[in-house]
Design a protein around this ligand. Structure first.
Ligand SMILES: Cc1cc2nc3c(=O)[nH]c(=O)nc-3n(C[C@H](O)[C@H](O)[C@H](O)COP(=O)(O)OP(=O)(O)OC[C@H]3O[C@@H](n4cnc5c(N)ncnc54)[C@H](O)[C@@H]3O)c2cc1C
Length: 398
């Protein structure tokens, strides 16, 4: 296994000196390597080029007239899925880890770029190139923090790897796709997860301390489809906090500026995407974007149950109401938040409509963030599909 301790080089440098995206840097790791030379082209926050890269990766860009394409990106198929025998300690049922293990075990790839954690801190990301299933499994579960996955890029050429799987989130994959042809690989597979509202390690601490009753024992959390954040604690207990009870006024600055400016929630450029938000509660959500994705998915088909995705409810009013509420940092008292959680769980959006609810809420918030903080970037930085999604809502003028 080859591992990198995060930001070791960056720390020795003057702040910002190797971060051309400045405060919008998502710390994807590219700038910790000599591939920094490509940053102006590759960085998702300097040069938004999703449509062009979709065409290269998938043979076509998304069709904005097709609602599912517009929201979720190019795909051949999507479904709800879960492992028949979930992997203990995985974020969900461990479909991501299982695919990566199969690819190594079957010799389809020689290494897997994934994220373990440091010995001292379960949430401090440590990108590695895993060479065995054990090393892949040691990377299971989200590290809900910005992770410099691409800091391992130099080692790919040095270790003479020719067939590689990279697991990562949208901003990492966008930069990877741009430098892909420089890596000397014969075959690259990309397994993506959706990603939103990521934080620095310090930001995560603030989030946990503000939201959980026992921040030090949280081993894993997720913003679930039942409109609650589920915190899993060391003793196995689950603490549920309704979204509407989050202390928005205290949490407004917690998310990284890169994530407040991101419009690639669904990881448009991965071959295969494994998330949860387009599936019903308890299920994972799989999107096969291209033939490589199909090949990867086929490796675990016998290990999982699948069912078609559904779409129920109407998100639009809830999204429109949340825009001024978020802006003003409105926080409901806990009893009201719980009540609202129960009601919205019964009548609120489900399946793909829940995913659209989440995308709409984040894209409108992020559009306003870019407009207010980086107005000069607004037009080029916001992809056309996101402009179309945002245009369904009334936003404040300023
Ligand atoms: C920061 C983050 C935010 C997410 N937000 C959403 C969301 O809003 N909606 C949604 O549908 N899905 C989201 N996901 C995906 C979802 O939480 C699960 O990761 C996914 O369903 C896979 O579950 P699993 O059990 O198959 O994964 P596991 O088998 O547990 O594997 C998890 C994999 O994630 C990788 N990983 C962990 N942390 C990071 C990181 N910081 N950066 C890059 N890779 C990482 C690891 O290398 C590991 O291989 C998010 C994922 C991350 C990392």
């Amino acid at each position: 296994m080859t591992s990198i301790h995060p930001h070791s080089k960056a720390k020795a440098l003057k702040p910002g000196s190797r971060r051309p995206a400045k405060e919008l840097c998502s710390e994807c790791g590219l700038c910790d390597t000599y591939y920094i030379h490509y940053v102006k082209e590759a960085c998702a926050f300097i040069n938004q080029q999703i449509a062009e890269l979709e065409t290269i990766a998938h043979g076509k860009s998304r069709n904005l007239e097709d609602e599912n394409d517009c929201y979720f990106g190019v795909h051949q198929e999507m479904m709800a899925a879960r492992k028949k025998e979930p992997i203990e300690g995985a974020q969900w049922t461990g479909i991501v880890s299982s695919i990566a293990c199969e690819m190594l075990d079957k010799g389809i790839v020689e290494g897997v770029v994934c994220v373990q954690n440091t010995k001292e801190d379960r949430f401090q990301p440590m990108p590695v190139i895993a060479r065995t299933s054990e090393e892949v499994l040691a990377a299971r579960v989200n590290k809900p923090t910005l992770s410099p996955n691409l800091s391992i890029l130099e080692q790919i050429k040095e270790s003479n790897l020719k067939r590689l799987l990279v697991i990562g989130v949208g901003c990492q994959i966008q930069a990877l796709r741009t430098v892909e042809k420089e890596l000397g690989l014969k075959k690259l597979y990309v397994l993506g997860t959706p990603c939103v509202d990521n934080v620095t390690r310090e930001g995560l601490q603030k989030f946990l301390e503000t939201t959980s009753q026992s921040p030090d024992t949280v081993v894993h959390y997720e913003f679930m489809q039942d409109f609650r954040v589920h915190f899993k604690h060391e003793d196995g207990s689950i603490e549920k906090v309704p979204f509407f009870g989050l202390k928005t006024n205290k949490l407004k600055d917690v998310f990284a500026p890169s994530c407040m400016s991101c419009f690639d929630y669904v990881n448009s450029l991965a071959d295969l995407v494994v998330g949860y938000m387009g599936a019903e509660f308890g299920w994972q959500w799989i999107m096969v974007r291209n033939d490589k994705g199909k090949e990867m998915f086929a490796l675990v088909e016998d290990q999982i149950n699948t069912k078609p995705v559904i779409s129920q409810g109407d998100r639009k009013q809830a999204v429109q109401q949340s825009i001024p509420a978020y802006d003003k940092g409105v926080t409901l008292p806990m009893w009201a938040a719980k009540l609202m959680g129960v009601v919205i769980e019964r009548v609120g959006p489900k399946g793909l409509e829940y995913a659209r609810f989440s995308i709409d809420s984040h894209f409108t918030r992020n559009y306003l963030y870019v407009k207010r903080n980086h107005p000069e970037k607004l037009d080029n930085h916001v992809p056309n599909y996101a402009k179309k999604i945002v245009s369904q809502y009334q936003l404040p003028d300023k």
